[in-house]
Write a protein that binds this ligand. Structure first.
Ligand SMILES: Nc1ncnc2c1ncn2[C@@H]1O[C@H](COP(=O)(O)OP(=O)(O)O)[C@@H](O)[C@H]1O
Ligand SMILES: [Mg+2]
Length: 260
């Protein structure tokens, strides 16, 4: 099984477009994510979170700075990665299993081995019985679970998640957060998790990076020192309130929130 990769970025900056329409969207930011670490990026809308994910996956070129995965500088999209977006992006005309097996087809991997992994992931993610259903026959939570299975079926060493639970209701989010944590505890993939949710960031992460308004820079870094697996109601830990307060305070100081 592939273990987690390290992710290192230095002076990472993105400017979209050129000339008078150039838009400075991100950075400069530095990242130093250890193999197997679970790191969240939290920040206001438009601060450059999705941009960060695109740069780290090599899907979008940076304007300045460097990204390296396992010490190797990125120059093209990497294949040793799984990505989950807020919108599940499943193909409506393929069953859940066939959506997951798309990875095997595109990457030309061994069918039997990937099918076995898919079945294991379906079981781990509470998706038994959903294999032959089409996306429109699944709830929002189930569709995101299928997306997670698809992102992990080829056993990548890192998982990039862009507000994956953003469209789900609070109860579903809490359950899927726990299920993702259990899966991560088992596999120790390196995870870069993007979220708006303080609860999600603190509930899942080893470390939370707090971003400023755009162009986003990292303005605070919080190591989350809570035992795992973490409970549904994080309020059980007095430390949780302290972490949440620190993030709110940073956002208030930066003018993300204006409470009077
Ligand atoms: N392809 C693009 N061309 C021009 N501007 C973009 C592009 N993608 C994103 N942006 C702009 O860059 C900023 C950061 O975007 P994004 O990374 O999506 O933010 P976030 O995910 O934090 O909400 C936003 O102002 C957005 O409008
Ligand atoms: Mg985004």
């Amino acid at each position: 099984m592939a273990t987690g990769a390290s992710i290192e970025a230095k002076g990472l900056t993105k400017v979209y477009g050129e000339g008078p329409s150039a838009y400075h969207a991100l950075g400069p930011i530095d990242l130093d994510i250890a193999p197997g670490e679970f790191v969240s990026l939290i920040g206001p809308s438009g601060c450059g979170k999705s941009t960060t994910l695109l740069l780290v996956s090599g899907l979008e070129p940076q304007t300045a700075g460097t990204v390296a995965v396992d010490g190797k500088p990125l120059t093209a999209p990497i294949s040793d990665v799984g990505i989950v977006f807020q919108d599940h992006l499943l193909l409506e005309f393929r069953t859940a299993m066939k959506n997951v097996m798309l990875q095997q087809e595109i990457r030309r991997l061994d069918r039997k081995r990937i099918e076995e992994r898919a079945h294991t992931l379906f079981a781990r993610l509470g998706l038994e019985g959903a294999e032959q259903r089409y996306p429109w026959q699944l709830s929002g939570g189930m569709r995101q679970r299928v997306s997670i299975a698809r992102a992990l079926v080829h056993d990548p060493s890192m998982l990039l998640m862009d507000e994956p639970f953003g469209a789900l209701d609070a109860i579903t989010r809490t359950q899927i957060r726990h299920d993702l944590e259990m899966l991560w505890l088992d596999t120790r993939k390196t995870v870069l998790f993007i979220t708006h949710s303080i609860e999600e960031a603190v509930g899942l992460s080893d470390r939370v990076l707090v971003m400023s308004k755009g162009p986003g820079t990292i303005v605070d870094e919080i190591r989350i020192d809570l035992p795992r697996p973490r409970p549904a109601h994080l309020g059980e830990y007095p430390e949780f309130a302290a972490y949440a307060k620190r993030i709110y305070a940073t956002f208030e100081k930066l003018g993300v929130y204006q409470f009077h």
